[in-house]
Design a protein around this ligand. Structure first.
Ligand SMILES: Nc1ncnc2c1ncn2[C@@H]1O[C@H](COP(=O)(O)OP(=O)(O)OP(=O)(O)O)[C@@H](O)[C@H]1O
Length: 598
């Protein structure tokens, strides 16, 4: 579902949710932080009243009143300092505690979404990035909320004090309304823009990683493209900065205009009280409280601005991510099958990647029989890996359906389905753990099971690789770690393949898992694998292999040929060669090139 189909929740809901999370993280600390922050805002306001008392006492010449007012002033100043200190400490401890909690929560939410859509659809990516970037900032904002509540309280008390001089002075608050409105609008507008221009920031980061990581670094040096990447990064930052700075200047101009309106009203009030027979104490009170009113309005505005930009918006996006994640988690009616009898059927499946219009799979209808080894071939970009991703439930088809025996795959929760899958992929991950764990990750429950790891090592023909390393399977991988060993591309791929072989799944997905190995090794590996797989036929295990090497492909029970997002031929090697179509043509070219016997 695109971001526009799943809009951001209302601010008040995001606010409620963030408060609830804070309470869950530490109920005691949030209460102390709130109480001390509100308490710290009170003595400040009363200082204006104490100053008026002092002015009165000085003018009346009463020593006792002067002393009382002076002591009260001192006590208020000390209380204000002490409570502020306590509030800072309590808020800091609370923020530290919630930072860890919030980050863990965001990680859990993101990894809980079974599809990859939120990593790829541009409108989702910007939003998810904001949630991720603000995960730790969210813990800071409770303090800003409490301070904002304190600021509003101070504002109300100050207004009350001013109205004791003259009820009309309460109208000064009205002149502050434009500043509050502008501030509210300003935060939302800037945040929305930040989300819209998020792609510039991502581009700049992408260029930064290209320029600083070792493997792209090699290519960039050879292609002499480092300057180009540097310029690209600069341009991306400049584009973001330009858009943001223009918006900030506009919003700042509006805020300055609104503050000017308040400033004029305040100056008029002071002149009005002074020229209409106001007492010295009243003028002192108006000056002290009125000047603070401007300061409090400023503080309230900046707190509200910060809350609006980071907190409310961050809270809304966090709630949005929670809803997205729980929508995915809640929908789960059918259990995944234990075994397959008939196989997997694709019925009129069409698919376009999120945020794109081009159909990558177009009305694909296909039966993958249980117990078979099925190879998928076709030119680059024909849609082979996409088909594999749909079968792994990384995405859902736009139309048509995939059925496992008689259970629609759409009804099986992705997590449950993946307990029946295993796989090795072209763009495999390099887990820089000890070799044993890097392989064992393929089946976490058995990662410590020596026999299981050994079996996977054998199946992937990785024994020689393990033996060559100083500490065998216990060798740390990755040369940036102490005593870490670096592997070649092909060796890393063997590790990935062994990881894929850790389980005995119902559906094994092998998407060019041996592209970095030589053709002979690949052939040998899959020949052994296909034999073993057929031996387990009674469970109905299905193996799907994507490969460009026809010497490997020919051993499959069924070969599916894809061309331009569609299936154009299918059958056994012999059938397809006899057909004399696309497969026969491509096989012939490779057979001649590699001198493979037909
Ligand atoms: N994440 C993605 N977002 C948008 N388009 C994508 C994405 N992944 C792949 N595509 C596009 O989908 C089409 C099919 O890609 P796919 O990876 O399925 O092809 P393939 O047959 O596996 O190719 P190859 O043999 O090169 O691996 C390509 O045109 C590709 O550009």
């Amino acid at each position: 579902m695109p971001a526009e189909d799943h809009p951001l929740p209302a601010s008040w809901r995001g606010l409620g949710r963030t408060l609830h999370l804070g309470w869950t993280a530490s109920p005691g600390l949030i209460a102390v932080a709130f109480a001390t922050t509100i308490g710290a805002s009170l003595p400040d306001v009363l200082i204006a009243a104490a100053l008026a008392m002092l002015a009165d006492a000085v003018l009346s010449g009463n020593q006792v009143d002067v002393t009382t007012a002076a002591v009260l002033l001192g006590a208020l100043a000390v209380m204000s300092w002490l409570l502020r200190l306590l509030s800072e400490r309590a808020n800091r401890r609370f923020a530290d505690r919630t930072a860890v909690f919030m980050e863990a929560h965001v990680v859990r939410l993101q990894s809980g979404i079974p599809s990859l859509e939120h990593h790829e659809r541009p409108s989702y990516v910007n939003r998810v990035q904001l949630v991720r970037d603000h995960a730790d900032t969210l813990s800071e904002v409770y303090q800003y909320l409490f301070q904002a509540v304190g600021a509003v309280l101070r504002l109300v008390l100050t207004m009350g004090l001013l109205m004791t001089v003259h009820p009309l002075l309460g109208l000064l608050g009205l002149f502050a309304v434009p500043t509050a409105v502008v501030s509210h609008w300003r935060g939302g507008a800037e945040h929305a823009l930040e989300e819209r221009v998020g792609h510039h920031e991502r581009l700049a980061r992408h260029f930064f990683l290209l320029g600083t990581n070792a493997s792209p670094g090699r290519e960039l040096r050879v292609a002499r493209a480092r300057e180009r990447v540097r310029a690209g990064r600069h341009q991306a930052w400049a584009a973001r900065h330009h858009a943001m700075s223009r918006a900030r200047w506009t919003t700042t101009a509006w805020q300055a205009a609104a503050l000017t309106v308040f400033g004029c009203a305040f100056a008029g009030s002071v002149a009005g009280v002074a020229l209409n027979g106001g007492s010295a104490a009243e003028v002192v009170l108006l000056l002290a409280a009125g000047s603070r009113l401007a300061q409090y309005i400023g503080q309230t505005l900046s707190q509200v601005h910060f809350l609006r930009t980071i907190w409310l918006e961050g809270g809304r996006r966090l709630l949005w991510l929670e809803e997205l994640s729980s929508m995915a988690a809640e929908w789960s009616p059918a259990p995944p099958p234990e075994r397959m009898r008939s196989g997997i059927t694709l019925d009129g499946v069409s698919f376009s990647y999120p945020g794109t219009d081009r159909q990558v799979l177009d009305d694909v209808t296909l039966h993958l029989p249980a117990g078979a080894v099925v190879a998928i071939v076709g030119e680059n970009g024909a849609g082979k890996s996409t088909l594999v991703k749909l079968l792994a439930k990384m995405y859902e088809p736009d139309s048509g359906r995939i059925v496992v025996d008689d259970v629609p795959l759409a009804d099986v929760p992705a997590d449950a389905w993946r307990t029946r899958l295993s796989g090795a992929f072209q763009d495999f991950a390099r887990f820089e753990y000890p070799l044993r764990l890097s392989i064992g990750l393929g089946d976490l429950a058995r990662a410590e099971d020596g026999e299981a790891v050994d079996r996977a090592v054998e199946r992937a023909d990785a024994r020689a690789l393990a033996d060559r390393l100083d500490r065998g399977l216990d060798t740390q991988l990755g040369n940036t770690w102490a005593d870490g060993a670096e592997l070649s591309e092909g060796q890393w791929q063997k590790v990935a393949l062994a990881r894929g072989y850790m389980r005995d799944p119902l559906l094994l997905l092998l998407d060019e898992p041996a592209s970095a190995l030589d053709a002979e090794t690949e052939h040998l590996l899959f020949e052994q694998y296909a034999e073993r797989s057929r031996a387990l036929k009674d469970r109905g295990r299905l193996t799907l292999l994507v490969s460009h090497r026809y010497s490997t492909v020919r051993m499959a029970d069924l070969i599916v040929v894809m061309d331009g997002a569609r299936v154009c031929e299918q059958g056994s090697h012999e059938e397809l060669v006899a057909l004399g179509g696309r497969y026969a043509e491509l096989y012939g070219i490779q057979a001649r090139a590699y001198r493979v016997e037909t």
